[in-house]
Design a protein around this ligand. Structure first.
Ligand SMILES: Cc1cc2nc3c(=O)[nH]c(=O)nc-3n(C[C@H](O)[C@H](O)[C@H](O)COP(=O)(O)OP(=O)(O)OC[C@H]3O[C@@H](n4cnc5c(N)ncnc54)[C@H](O)[C@@H]3O)c2cc1C
Length: 503
């Protein structure tokens, strides 16, 4: 199995074709695409890989049905293609997601409109299953009668129910493992990836990028990485970071807040439900089943700058009221909240909740900033790979893909075994059978695990079950060669990751 180990001193001082700042999905996709083009690249992440926005998304790989509503065909085709890419290359981690929207006949939410829309969706995405492994294909959509909707979603509000729209998207339930699988592939093809390395200062000479000064967040050491080309893929931090080496540019990121909630309540359906509360002007929410429980989202709102990016109690209460209004008998309460997954996303305008429509790929050199410095920011997990491809075409127009990395199938591959990190909610440690400890110790040794929360939240699925994760933390801390004080500190770090879960 390919591994990546954290050796900052060894990696520093060397020359790279490309320095990538940010270890979210956008930075990792860039590393993967760069290494496939034979570019010597280093990826630097200030905390752990995939800990930020990329951890908090709703785990849907969108095909773009929603973009048909305003006939944004460009975005529709891009999304369909990227969904196909994920299904094809990561079939063990990305799977078909049946979606169901109960229809009550208001506005466009009529069976006749959806019959036409789903037909168009299938027609325009006719290549959606091209080279997708057997069993992973997305069937065509259809409109169901009310009885069929009740069969799939017994809790549905039946008053005025005219039918339901059924279509297929893709889900990535263990998205943290997908992020790691992509990172593994990048490293196997040549990327050097370092977590807990914070980019501090872009080094310039005569207006040209010459390197990057970083701080090792584990020991405070300053390290320099040399290279004449750098991409700032720091997600919500990209604008702030870009302002340290070029003029502030609001177009890079206007901040809005987005969040999902995991509830300690049984899932409502095996389908992802698209639900609109019956009140004027209400948004559409997607309510998934997540490990047998309800994961509801996504709520979008303006972000009051410089506040913690998470909902306040008032917003959370309003959301619970909306879901209770939509599903009779649901009775969600504040005590049912297990976890809130929140992050900042680029908005069209500052102070708005409307998401930006397209990615930004900025060549700072073209606009009076340093030559060789680029910033990217994107809106969706789904299209991160495509944005990486576009970015590299802009920077290295003559470099094409030399190495195609292998696919990660259900049982894993020689590059990455998705199965080793999967621990279902009902899992219990068998103290007489050491295999699980050996597996976890291998992950710790081979996947740059620095802290206990790296292991629990981002190398395994323990963190998807917050109560269980908190219970297991002391036992899992024993797998590391730490003294008692460090173990306690690490357990407290894990507790801090789950502030909503009152165990
Ligand atoms: C609630 C919610 C639901 C969503 N649902 C979906 C969905 O269902 N489907 C979908 O396609 N998309 C969804 N998204 C959008 C998707 O999650 C984001 O578009 C994507 O994760 C952004 O990735 P990123 O790499 O740009 O940012 P991030 O994941 O935030 O990564 C940026 C990284 O840069 C690092 N960094 C910052 N500064 C520095 C520095 N100085 N040095 C080194 N590293 C630095 C940060 O530590 C961070 O890890 C959702 C988002 C949210 C918040």
């Amino acid at each position: 199995m390919a591994t990546f180990s954290r050796q900052p001193r060894r990696a520093a001082g060397q020359h790279y074709d490309l320095i990538i700042i940010g270890g979210g999905i956008y930075g990792i996709a860039l590393a993967l695409e760069a290494s496939q083009r034979g570019l010597r690249n280093v990826l630097l992440e200030q905390k752990d890989f995939g800990w930020a926005t990329s951890y908090n998304h709703l785990r849907t790989v969108h095909g773009g049905l929603r973009y048909l509503q305003n006939l944004d065909l460009h975005r529709f085709f891009e999304s369909v293609r990227e969904r196909q890419w994920f299904l094809r290359h990561f079939s063990g981690l990305v799977s078909p997601l049946p979606c169901l929207m109960p229809l009550y006949g208001q506005g466009v939410y009529r069976p006749s409109v959806f019959r036409a829309a789903l037909g168009l969706n299938d027609l325009l995405s006719w290549r959606r299953n091209h080279r997708v492994p057997a069993g992973q294909e997305l069937p065509t959509g259809k409109v169901l009668d009310p009885a069929a909707v009740v069969g799939l979603f017994p809790g549905v509000d039946q008053e005025g129910l005219l039918g339901g729209a059924l279509w297929y998207d893709a889900a990535v339930p263990s998205s943290q493992l997908l992020v790691m699988a992509m990172l593994h592939q990048a490293c196997a093809a040549g990327t050097t990836a370092l977590n807990y390395l914070r980019a501090e200062q872009v080094l310039l000479e005569d207006g040209q990028v010459r390197g990057l000064l970083c701080q090792d967040e584990e020991n405070g050491e300053q390290l320099t990485f040399h290279g004449t080309c750098l991409v700032n893929a720091a997600g919500p931090w990209c604008r702030e970071l870009a302002a340290t080496f070029a003029a502030d540019d609001p177009d890079l990121f206007r901040y809005s807040l987005a969040w999902n909630v995991l509830f300690d309540k049984p899932a409502l359906s095996a389908h992802s439900l698209a639900l609109r509360p019956k009140r004027p002007g209400s948004p559409m929410y997607f309510v998934h089943g997540f490990n047998g429980q309800i994961m509801g989202g996504t709520v979008h709102s303006p972000w009051p700058a410089n506040t913690t990016p998470e909902p306040d109690e008032e917003a959370l209460t309003a959301y619970l009221a909306d879901l209770n209004l939509t599903v009779p008998g649901l009775h969600l309460e504040r005590k049912d909240v297990l976890h809130v997954y929140a992050g900042l996303l680029p908005a069209r305008e500052q102070g708005s909740a409307k998401l930006a429509v397209r990615e930004v790929i900025k060549d700072h050199g073209e606009q009076g900033g340093p030559q060789g410095a680029y910033t990217v920011s994107g809106v969706k997990f789904t299209t991160a790979r495509l944005v990486a491809e576009k970015t590299l075409q802009k920077i290295f127009p003559t470099r094409s893909v030399l190495v195609q990395t292998g696919a990660v199938a259900a049982g894993g591959s020689d590059l990455f075994s998705a199965a080793t990190g999967q621990f279902p909610g009902e899992w219990h440690p068998d103290m007489a059978e050491p295999t699980w400890q050996e597996n976890l110790q291998a992950i710790i040794a081979q996947q740059a695990v620095v802290h206990l929360d790296d292991l629990i939240l981002r190398r395994t699925t323990f963190g998807d079950h917050p109560r269980k994760a908190l219970q297991l933390a002391p036992l899992l801390a024993q797998l590391f060669p730490w003294d008692e004080q460090r173990r306690q500190e690490e357990i407290e770090r894990v507790q801090a990751c789950f502030p909503w879960c009152r165990s």
